[in-house]
Design a protein around this ligand. Structure first.
Ligand code: SF4
Length: 482
């Protein structure tokens, strides 16, 4: 349960004349709620104008029947957000709206750009902050910068304007963008974050961060938007433009933790991948035990795989309160500690007197894992063996996953043995790097693995290293910690 790292966002886009696209977007966002829980928004267009509705909170809190009925049109985009760049506020909620000489646009972003300072400078040089044409920075998010650049690019056509701007962006982005009558989807040349294309039965088009959103609204998966590709969807169908060469570096952590297990990433079902990671973990570091149990929910597939490969009985040792939000929503350490106890309760009858293997997907700060071990001992476990279905996380992410600074990543500051002592487990083992990658059944060279390997596929500028809130802070002379 990587409750100490968060994905930035989930995005959807729907082009479907004759359908209630606002309602379809709402349901699709529901399926992507795990990718962001701070705010939710939908932008809709009817051929004439663009309307954006966004609100802080969960999808179910942001929208009600009245709001959905008011969103009329045939093309929509939607967004669920957790902030990595820009603080949590209504202004930073998405979709972001701009008007330009080429029309109105709304944009939704999953990812994180590493050159916001450069982009801001370019915009200033172009006189774009502020302009009388709407290309004014309305928030502190990198998304607003991108929308401002597109609004400024007077290419005569929005598709050309987007194609003009995309090559200037560095870092991770999967965008859904709409104009009055068109839907666009774009992925950075590395394909850090996923973006899939699906079709509705009536021929309508759907873009979504994960295939689980396609399933929920009855759309059939067609293919992924390729890294470095812009797709444009209108009444004539889908057209594709390539704006950069593919340099594959998909986030391997989507497979380990972030994506929903019922999604398919790069042709691989996420549940099956995590099951194989658990099997491999058992092969690499089996231990005598009477029970294999997951940290729910994210540890379940790997724990099942571990149990199968080790031959040890699988059981649910925790009951999870499903009505408590992910503990990582709480901003402070003390609230986080409360959160885990609110969320998980050990089943004494299952655990007492047993040597238990506890399978989790990752350890970030280590505090949650320590509490889990303590709870299991209090519930009578004779021995607690932690097994982690990914390698130690030693470097922070700059491509759309909110991880603590390196100072707070426990594996960057302690050996495995020290971590074992810190969390109070009888043993601790991580899945090997090769074991993780092999389990995905995808070639290693297609992945970003920087948080495990320090091999950052896109160089991180100094100012970006200093702080994720780089746009909101005055320049600092402090050396980066990562
Ligand atoms: S650094 Fe880690 S979390 Fe970030 S994109 Fe790369 S693999 Fe994913």
């Amino acid at each position: 349960m990587t409750t100490e790292a968060r994905d930035k966002c989930g995005v959807v886009g729907i082009f479907a004349p004759g359908e209630d696209v606002a309602r379809l977007s709402y349901y699709a966002l529901y399926a992507l709620q795990h990718r962001g829980q701070e705010s939710a928004g939908i932008a809709i267009a009817d051929g004439q104008s663009v309307l954006v509705y966004k609100e802080l909170g969960l999808v179910s809190q942001a929208f009600d029947e009245t709001v959905l009925k008011s969103l009329q049109g045939h093309v929509a985009i939607g967004h669920t957000r957790y902030s990595t760049t820009g603080s949590s506020s209504w202004e930073n909620a998405q979709p972001t709206y701009k008007s330009s000489p080429d029309g109105q646009i709304a944009l939704a972003h999953n990812g994180n750009l590493v050159n916001p300072i450069e982009l801001k400078k370019l915009l200033h040089e172009a006189g774009g902050d502020p302009t009388p044409r709407g290309a004014r920075l309305a928030s502190s998010s990198d998304t607003d910068l991108v929308a401002s650049h597109i609004a400024r690019a007077t290419a005569g056509d929005l598709r050309l304007a987007i194609l003009d701007v995309l090559p200037k962006l560095k870092g991770a982005y999967s965008f859904t963008i709409l104009s009055e009558a068109r839907l666009f989807g774009a992925r950075d040349p590395h394909g850090f974050r996923p973006l899939s294309i699906g079709r509705l039965e009536n021929g309508g088009w759907v873009l979504a961060s994960e295939t689980c959103a396609l399933d929920l609204i009855g759309a059939r998966f067609i293919r992924d938007v390729e890294p470095g590709e812009l797709v444009t969807i209108d009444v004539n169908g889908l057209t594709s433009d390539r704006f950069a060469e593919i340099k594959p570096a998909a986030c391997v952590f989507e497979h380990v933790y972030f994506a929903r297990p019922d999604s398919t990433l790069m042709g691989q079902n996420v549940y099956a991948t995590r099951y194989r990671m658990g099997q491999q973990l058992a092969r690499e570091s089996d231990v005598q035990a009477e029970l294999v149990m997951p940290v729910p929910d994210s540890g379940v597939p790997a724990a099942q795989g571990y149990a199968e490969a080790s031959g040890v009985t699988y059981g649910e040792g925790f009951v999870k309160n499903r009505y408590v939000g992910r503990t990582f929503i709480q901003p402070t350490q003390s609230m986080r500690q409360q959160g885990i106890r609110m969320k998980l309760n050990p089943l004494r009858e299952v655990i007492a007197g047993k040597r238990v293997v506890v399978v989790d997907d990752s350890i970030v700060r280590g505090n949650t894992t320590r509490q889990i071990v303590t709870m299991l001992r209090e519930a009578g476990a004779r021995e607690v063996h932690m097994r982690i279905s990914s390698p130690p996380i030693k470097w922070p992410c700059f491509y759309g996953i909110d991880m603590p600074d390196q100072d707070d990543l426990i594996a960057a500051n302690m050996t495995v043995q020290e971590i074992q002592a810190h969390i109070g487990a009888d043993s601790l083992a991580y899945l090997s790097f090769d074991g993780m990658v092999t389990s995905t059944q995808i070639p290693a060279e297609d992945f970003c693995t920087a948080c495990f390997s320090s091999k950052y596929p896109v160089a991180i500028p100094e100012e970006q290293l200093r702080s994720k809130h780089v746009l909101e802070q005055p320049p600092s002379t402090e050396r980066p910690r990562a």
